[in-house]
Design a protein around this ligand. Structure first.
Ligand SMILES: Cc1cc2nc3c(=O)[nH]c(=O)nc-3n(C[C@H](O)[C@H](O)[C@H](O)COP(=O)(O)OP(=O)(O)OC[C@H]3O[C@@H](n4cnc5c(N)ncnc54)[C@H](O)[C@@H]3O)c2cc1C
Length: 375
């Protein structure tokens, strides 16, 4: 029988819903959601059937993330980074590591961004040197989601040799010499546990290399970027969907007691027009998102460009929709009772996650103008 991943997503979304307010308020890692995802088989969603995984598509992962983001942005972020890391593991890790993912023993994430090269994640300044059978890593990673909760990081460094941009490694979180500099205290996605991680003389077996020495840039662009971009877009769209729903609910259920007729907030044409704009913006971004899955699945020539467009469109849509929700729900949104302010804060992250919206506008502009993206 095929895996009913949508039913599994519903179950996990219910758990995410139950814990979302506390995860946000206490900046607590959403361990209950991660455990529920593990029990429901969702950590193994995209793992290959050859190691016992469900072998499902990026589109399926997107549907899962979109559903969970409607309840808890932090949970969606943690699962997004797991799927992004696992995309690399699926192609380049030893079967034993892949089986650990399927067994629920492994939560993955990406350790790309660095204090030196900042959002230019494709250009690490951190180093790796060969000593016997080990690689010795030195780094100042600036943001690692699930820094404390992940089992191992998919990690970028300069290559051991040669002038390529990067090499990728699987770095166990418990490695000697790794220091997690948390806790996370941000305005949104407060449970995502995204902390700086410093590596001083961290030794990993050379066998932990993911792909060839110097192949990191190609893996980042070919594997990580489409996965991360489409799933972070899913998270943005889930947050945006919840914002539309909660705003419409508030407008329909809120009344002016001194007016005898047409006394609901939604009776104001301006309010309805704002809600219509929210709906249209979200539907437009969703249509692009779905078309991009089609482009990737069919190997369409425009797939790469569509991926860049989709992350920017979804992130910017969520921000705009969050702004409108705050305006429409007004004083009630400024406090926590309507439930839009957490969503509003959570929407602010995707546009500054690399590649940031402004980088994407530059890349898309260059592509449209027939210019090389890098250089
Ligand atoms: C909640 C959260 C979780 C994260 N999790 C992870 C993670 O798990 N792993 C990881 O590796 N990283 C992670 N990041 C880091 C993220 O991907 C970015 O690297 C980081 O947010 C960039 O911040 P910065 O201050 O270094 O940006 P800066 O590089 O200082 O950018 C500042 C501004 O300059 C703009 N800019 C920079 N370059 C260009 C350009 N070429 N064209 C146009 N504009 C440009 C940017 O858009 C931005 O507006 C996370 C970030 C957040 C917020």
């Amino acid at each position: 029988m095929s895996f009913d991943f949508l039913a599994a997503a519903e179950q996990v979304a219910a758990v995410a819903h139950e814990h979302a307010a506390a995860v946000d308020h206490e900046a607590r890692f959403p361990i209950a959601t991660v455990d529920a995802a593990r029990r429901a088989g969702l950590l193994a969603l995209t793992s290959g059937t050859d190691v016992g995984g469900h072998g499902l598509s990026l589109r399926a992962a997107g549907q899962v993330i979109e559903r969970i983001a409607r309840e808890c942005g932090s949970s969606a972020m943690v699962l997004t980074m797991h799927y992004a890391g696992n995309a690399v593991l699926e192609q380049h890790a030893a079967p034993a590591v892949r089986r650990d993912v399927v067994a629920g023993k492994h939560l993955s994430t990406l350790a790309f961004s660095e204090a030196g090269s900042r959002s230019h994640f494709w250009a690490p300044t951190s180093t790796a040197r060969k000593e016997g059978d080990s690689a010795v890593l030195e780094a100042r990673k600036s943001w690692v989601t699930s820094a404390n909760g992940a089992t191992a990081y998919v990690w970028s460094s300069r290559p051991l040799a040669g002038s390529e941009a990067s090499t990728l490694w699987l770095v166990p979180r418990a490695s000697a010499g790794l220091a997690i500099q948390g806790p996370f205290d941000g305005i949104g996605l407060r449970g995502n546990d995204s902390a700086p991680v410093v590596a001083n003389n961290v030794r990993v077996p050379l066998a932990n290399r993911l792909g060839d020495d110097g192949a990191g840039f190609g893996i980042m662009m070919g594997t990580v970027l489409p996965t991360f971009a489409m799933l972070i877009a899913a998270g943005s769209l889930g947050l945006a969907e919840a914002l539309v729903h909660k705003t419409a609910q508030h407008a329909g259920g809120t009344r002016y007691a001194h007016l005898a007729t047409q006394n609901a907030l939604a009776d104001l044409p301006t309010i309805r027009a704002y809600i219509a704009r929210m709906r249209i913006q979200v539907d437009m971004a969703k249509a692009l998102w779905q078309d991009t899955f089609g482009a990737l699945e069919q190997g369409r020539a425009d797939a790469g460009l569509r991926v860049l467009e989709t992350k920017a469109a979804a992130a910017e849509t969520a921000v705009q929709v969050g702004d409108i929700a705050m305006r429409v729900c007004a004083g009630m949104a400024f406090r926590k009772e309507v439930g839009v302010e957490r969503l509003f804060r959570d929407t602010r992250a995707a546009m500054i996650m690399a590649p940031t919206s402004d980088q994407l506008f530059d890349f898309v502009g260059k592509a449209v103008c027939g210019m090389p993206l890098f250089g």
